[in-house]
Design a binder for this molecule. Structure first.
Ligand code: ZN
Length: 491
């Protein structure tokens, strides 16, 4: 690979040079949604962050296998070992089969991701489709002595594991401190210790999703599916495991412990975590009244929203912050992002039309910009710095347009490459005004139409000139006559 990528590894708490385990081939696993409700802002950030990582790696020539799971069983309320299954609860309330809930919200989630420009993963496995693998993994952990059976359920023995390995290394938690901070909870009678976690749970009679196992008719613990499915599709050792910071503990910590207890090693080379989104400075949550789904954002139908925000505005807004920083949503910030994105795409369209009039390279520093953009993306996905460089390219296009800067042909090509390779291919920002037609095509068509109009002008056929201008105006294209001809812009 020609360029080195540095990634911040939660495991080492250091920015490390990325080296794939298998030369030229990268395995990435990201924890996907639990599909019991509409996709919301909290899904947009990991969706977009890991999409950009995959796009960057593919752009640099890596072959990437990207696995993002769908949790459709075992995720209990409050991420705990007790309580109702989130999907079963929704099914009960809506009088649906659990798999109807799963199907409905999986499709809604995928549609929302598609609108945000998030490419589908290579494999999207479901927990309920991997019960056999999960039972085998529980058996392995039992055989190795790091789990115990209690009343038909199987629990991970954290204290035993902690003596042989160390529990809490990923999140930096000290288990001794955890013990002293944990009070005995009711309803955990089957566990030897409150910080043990369920690998398999015996189903209560009212529990509708259950499968036979050597221990009981029951269902897998939430953390188990990711240990089983990542190994199945990426191998027992793979490159990158991603997810939101909220999954770091207990979910990823437990995954790491399960992997190690079963196979003697953690199995993940780089752990990556995106930070959280806040709304007007507050944590997002149903109890705060600021829980916004992606659909509500796209349509503006939420009391906190002044207007609708397009999927690309959301994407651009998310990329304006580094994935490890918190990000605060507000109407002001979204409207600023909307304005910035509009400016960017005007320049993308203009870049296809500006003229390269200089015979030699200019002093605009365009080739340096191209390198700077890649360098920032390879520096732990620093999208805000990459975007600031992209806006330097926007400023150059605008200077060429108003004739205060001259560039040569090679520089024009490079500017277009910045917009094509980086803005579109890696950052995944698409011009929403074009609705699927490439900027080159629109630019070319506009050249033909404006030439036709120019000829009508030369022949003083004012009726035709006006008719063409009005027809374009109806499509939202504004034509301005100048002394050298005509200019156009999208409104
Ligand atoms: Zn997971």
């Amino acid at each position: 690979m020609s360029r080195a990528i540095y990634l911040y590894n939660t495991s080492s708490r250091l920015k490390e040079l990325f080296k794939p385990i298998h030369e030229g081939h990268v395995g990435i696993y990201v924890c996907g949604p639990t599909v019991y409700g509409d996709a919301h802002l909290g899904h947009a950030r990991p969706g977009i962050t890991y999409d950009v990582l995959v796009r960057l790696m593919r752009n640099l020539g890596y072959k990437v296998r990207y696995v993002r799971n769908i949790t459709d069983v075992g995720h209990l309320e409050n991420d705990a070992d007790e309580g109702e299954d989130k999907i079963a609860k929704k099914a009960r309330l809506e009088q649906l089969e659990p798999m109807e809930v799963v199907q409905y919200y999986t499709i809604r989630y995928e549609e929302a991701m598609k609108k945000l420009g998030v490419n589908p993963p290579s494999i999207e496995p479901r927990a309920s489709g991997h019960i056999i693998e999960q039972i085998a993994l529980v058996q392995k952990i039992l055989d190795n002595g790091y789990a115990y059976i209690s009343n038909g359920s199987v629990y991970f023995d954290v204290a035993k594991y902690n003596r042989d390995y160390k529990y809490g290394v990923l999140s930096g938690r000290e288990i001794d401190q955890m013990i002293s901070n944990t009070r005995e909870l009711d309803g955990q009678g089957d566990k030897h210790s409150p910080y043990d976690f369920a690998l398999w749970k015996k189903a209560a009679p009212e529990h509708i999703m259950h499968w036979p196992s050597p221990w009981s008719e029951g269902f897998p613990g939430w953390h188990l599916e990711c240990s089983a499915m990542s190994a199945k599709y990426l191998g027992e050792e793979f490159d990158i495991h991603g997810g939101g910071m909220d999954l770091l503990f207990p979910h990823h910590e437990c995954e790491l412990a399960q992997n190690t207890a079963a196979r003697g090693r953690g199995g993940v080379r780089y752990w990556i975590h995106n930070n959280m989104i806040t709304i007007n400075g507050k944590k997002m949550g149903k109890s705060y009244g600021n829980f916004i789904t992606l659909d509500e954002l796209f349509t503006g139908r939420h009391p906190l929203l002044q207007k609708a925000y397009s999927p690309m505005t959301i994407r651009f807004f998310i990329l304006q912050a580094h994935y490890r920083s918190t990000l605060d949503f507000s109407n002001e910030a979204l409207q600023a992002a909307e304005k910035g994105l509009k400016k960017l795409f005007q320049a993308v369209r203009d870049a296809a039309r500006i003229e390269a009039t200089s015979p030699t390279p200019s002093d605009a520093g365009i080739s340096g910009l191209y390198e700077d953009i890649y360098d920032s993306l390879c520096d732990d996905l620093n999208t805000p710095v990459a975007l600031s460089h992209i806006f330097e390219a926007v400023n150059i296009v605008n200077r060429v347009k108003d004739k205060s800067q001259q560039i040569c042909t090679a520089e024009k090509v490079l500017l277009q490459k910045i917009f094509k390779d980086v803005t579109q291919d890696i950052l995944g920002l698409e011009d929403e005004q074009e609705e699927g037609v490439g900027s080159d095509t629109i630019g070319g068509l506009m050249d033909i139409i404006l030439e036709e109009r120019q000829m009508a002008r030369a022949q003083k056929d004012w009726a035709k000139c006006d008719a063409l201008r009005d027809a374009l105006a109806k499509l939202g294209i504004k034509v301005k006559d100048t002394k050298d001809g005509s200019e156009w812009s999208l409104e």
